[in-house]
Design a protein around this ligand. Structure first.
Ligand SMILES: Cc1cc2nc3c(=O)[nH]c(=O)nc-3n(C[C@H](O)[C@H](O)[C@H](O)COP(=O)(O)O)c2cc1C
Length: 191
C-alpha cells in the first residue's frame, strides 16, 4: 500500500465543462509541484442524478459509496463548488450529508469556489467554513475564490488568481507534510 498522503478533490459543479473543476484541478496541480500524493477526484456532474435520488446511505450505488469512503479516509481535502444562490450547490451538501460526522476531525481542508462575479467571494467564510467546522475539520485560512472573469475558455487566465492558488497551496503544504509524518509514524509503529 502507498505511504503517500491521500488527497481527495471534490468539484461540486453540475455542468461540463466546469470552471470549478478547472479551479480544483489547478489547485491540485499546484500541490503536485510541491509534494507527492495519491489523488481521488469526485466530480458531482458525473454522479449528480444518482446521488440526488438517494437519501438512505444503504441505497448508495457502490461507486458513490466508494467516493464517501475516500472522503472519510482522506489526509487532505480540496473542496470546491460553484456558488448557487449564495452558497454551494445543493448536491455538494447532499454528498457531505453522507459523510460520517466524526470522519473529518482534524483533516485539513482547502476551499475553492467559483461565482458569476466577485460579490459572493465571502461564500468561503460564510458557507463552506461553517459546514466543515461542524465536521471539526481543520479549515485552512486561505481559500481560493474565482469569478467567471478569471477564466478564458475554461482556463485560468487571471494572474491574480494564479498567484492566489500558489499562495493557498504553499500555505497548505505543511499541513499535508504533517499528515504524512503522522501516517509514517503509524506505519512504523504497526511494523
Ligand atoms: C442555479 C445557479 C445559481 C447561481 N447563483 C449564483 C450566485 O448566487 N452568485 C454568483 O456569484 N454566481 C451564481 N451563479 C453563477 C455560477 O456560480 C458561476 O457561473 C460558476 O462559475 C459556475 O461554475 P461551473 O462552471 O463549475 O458550473 C449561479 C449559477 C447557477 C446555474
Amino acid at each position: 500500500m502507498s505511504n503517500k498522503p491521500k488527497i481527495v478533490a471534490v468539484s461540486g459543479g453540475l455542468y461540463k465543462p466546469s470552471r470549478t473543476r478547472v479551479l480544483v484541478d489547478e489547485i491540485v496541480a499546484s500541490l503536485g509541484q510541491q509534494v507527492q500524493f495519491d489523488l481521488h477526484v469526485i466530480e458531482l456532474a458525473d454522479i449528480a442524478a444518482e446521488l440526488g435520488s438517494v437519501v438512505n446511505p444503504a441505497d448508495l450505488p457502490p461507486h458513490i459509496a466508494a467516493h464517501i469512503r475516500a472522503i472519510e479516509n482522506a489526509d487532505f481535502l480540496v473542496v470546491g463548488s460553484p456558488v448557487y444562490r449564495a452558497t454551494f450547490t445543493g448536491l455538494f451538501k447532499h454528498l457531505f450529508d453522507f459523510v460520517h460526522h466524526e470522519a473529518l476531525i482534524d483533516v485539513p481542508v482547502l476551499f475553492a469556489a467559483t461565482g458569476g462575479s466577485e460579490r459572493h467571494a465571502l461564500v468561503i467564510d460564510h458557507q463552506f467554513r461553517p459546514l466543515f467546522s461542524f465536521f471539526q475539520a481543520l479549515t485552512l485560512p486561505i481559500g481560493v475564490y474565482a469569478s467567471e472573469a478569471d477564466f478564458s475558455n475554461y482556463r485560468v487566465s487571471s494572474e491574480l488568481l494564479k498567484a492566489r492558488i500558489e499562495l493557498a497551496t504553499r500555505r497548505a503544504l505543511p499541513f499535508i507534510q504533517k499528515r504524512q509524518a503522522i501516517g509514517d509514524a503509524e506505519t512504523r509503529a504497526a511494523a
